[in-house]
Ligand binder design. Sequence first.
Ligand code: AGP
Length: 621
Amino acid sequence: MCGIIGYTGAEAAVDVLVTGLKRLEYRGYDSAGVALELGSTGESSRTIDVVRCVGKVAGLEDELAARHAAATCGIGHTRWATHGRPSVENAHPHVSCDGKIAVVHNGIIENFAELREELTAKGHHFRSETDTEVFAHLIEEAYPHHLSEPRPLVAAVREACTYVVGAYGLAAVCADEPGVIAVARKDSPIVIGRGERGSHVASDVIALIDATRDVVVLEDGQFACLTPEGVEFTDDCGHVIEPEVTHIDWDIDMAEKGGYPDFMMKEICEQPRVVRDTLVGRLAPTGELDIDELGLTYEQLDVIDRVYVIACGTSFHAGLIAKNLIEGWARIPCEVEAASEFRYRNPIITPSTLVVAVSQSGETADTLAAIRDARIKGAKVFGITNVVGSPVARESDGVIYTKANKEIAVASTKSFIGQVVSLTLLALLLGQVKGKLTTAQVRMLFHELGDTAEQIQWVLDTQKEAVHEAALACKDARSALFVGRGMGAAISNEGALKLKEISYLHAEAYAAGEMKHGPIALIDPGFPVIAVATKSPTYDKTVSNLKECEARGARIIAVATVGDEDIRKVADHVIYVPAVRDALSPITATVPLQLLAREVAILRGCDVDQPRNLAKSVTVE
Ligand code: AGP
C-alpha cells in the first residue's frame, strides 16, 4: 500500500505535498518522490521536475531546491515496494519517455509485463523495475489521440486504464497542460477535495483535511480532472457526473500524537473512547439492539445457519473471539478463516451462509477478493471496518463501522478493540434474532460490554510499572510463547503478533493445553511464557499448564484478574485486569499484551509506529 497526493492551486505545491506525504507515511515509507510543474504562469507548456529519494519523506526535503518553491501544481508519492526493490529509480513519480507526463500510483498492475513488452516493442524506454511506469508510457502513447478533446490528459488516462488489469489510485500531470491533474480509481482509495486556494487529491483524507473536510470518495471506474479553479468528475465513458460529497467529522488533531510519545501509545489510550463510541445508540429503550447500517433484515438473519469470519492479521484474531461468542450466544456454527486461504479453497457456502469480513482499512486485497468469491456463491456479506466508504464497506450487504477514527500506528490496537466490540454486538444480535438470548440478557450483556471502557482505563492508569517490569524480563529473549485457554487462547495470538511486528522478537501463541504436546520442548531457564490467566472456567487448567512451564525454568508473565494473589505462586510478573465476564475478557485482557509489546519494542530501540517491512494494510495479493 502506498500513499499518493496531488495539489493544483495558488499555494506552493511543494509545502502541500510534503506535509500530506508525511501524513500518508503509515501507508508505506521505503521511498518517496514528487513531480512539480516549473515555468511561469500563462505559459502553454511547462517542464516537469521529478525529485525522489530512498527512505522517508523527510529525506525528500533535503533533495528539494529553491526553484521548486515556485511550483503551484504537483503530485507526490510515498512507497511500499511491491514490484522493484526500494531505490531512487523505482521510487515514484515515473515519467514518460519525453519527460512530459509524470504519474504516481497506489495499487498493482497485474498485466504489466505484457504491457511493458508491447510498449518496448513500440520504442518506449523503461527506466525502472516497477509495474507503475507502464502507466506513464501508456498515457504518452494515448495522449496524441485526444489532442482535440477539451481535457486531453484525462482522456488519455481513461484510455490507458482500459489496457490495465489490476488496482489503481492514479494521479498524472502533463507539461503541456499546466495546472491540470488527472485522476483515476479502481480498487484503491482516492479522495478529492476543494480547498479555499486549490484542488487536492490523496489516498486518504488525512492528507488534505487541513484544506477541507468535505470530500468526494471517488468510486471505481470514475475519473477526475483537477485544476486550480475546480474539479470535474467523469465516468469511464467521459460523461460528466456529480458524485456525493462526504463530510469528515474528525479533525487533524486526531491525526497528531497529541502529546503522546508515539501513535501506538496514543491509540492504546483511546480504546475506552472507542468502546463507548462504538456502542453509542446501539441499544433501543425496548432492549432491542439497533444497528442501523445492518443492511440485512431480521428475517434474513434468522435463516443464517453458518457463519464464516474472514480476515487477515489482527482482524483475523478478532474473528477468533467472535467464533466463541457467535457459537456460544447464537448457537450458529462459526468458522474463522484467513482470507488469503479462504479465497483459494472451496468453502461450503449457501444462501443461508453469512460471511463476516473484518478489516480495519477496508482495503486489504485478500479480504476483498474473498468477499467477492463469497457473494458469487450466494452468501450474505457483512463488513466490520474502520474506514467509511472503504471497498469492504461498499461491497458488503451490511456494515458496522468501528468508531476508532484514524489509526496511524501500523500495529493495530484501537481498531482491534473496536472490532471485538462490534463482533460482540453482532453475536448479541444473532442470539437475539435466533431467540437464544432474551431481551433482558441482551440488555445485561450490552451494559457489561459498556463497562469494559472503564476497565480498560483502570489498566492504563494502574499497570504501567507492572508492564515495564514484565518487559524488562522479555527484552533480551530470542523467542517467547503466549498461552491461554478459550478466550485466553484467542487473544494470545494477538499478543504474539503485536510482539513480533513491532519488537522483531519471535513469538508464538499456543493453547495452553497443547504445550505438553511439543512446544514445551522450547522452554529452558529464563524462557518467557506470557499467559492469559484471567478468571474463567478453565483457570485452574491454565495454572497447572503454567506449573509445567515453571518446572522447566520458564520466566512466567501472567495477565490475571485483580485480587488473584494465588497466581503469584507460579508467575514471576503479573499484570492485573478488572474482573469481567469471560466472554468479554478479551477486551480488557488484550490491553496488557499491547502495552507489553510496545514496552519491549521501546526497550529494544524499535520504531513502534513504523516497524520494518510492514505497512498499515496490504492491498496486494
Ligand atoms: C496488525 O497490527 C497489522 N497491521 C496487520 O496484521 C493487519 O491487521 C492486517 O494487515 C489486516 O489489515 P486490515 O484489518 O486493514 O484488513
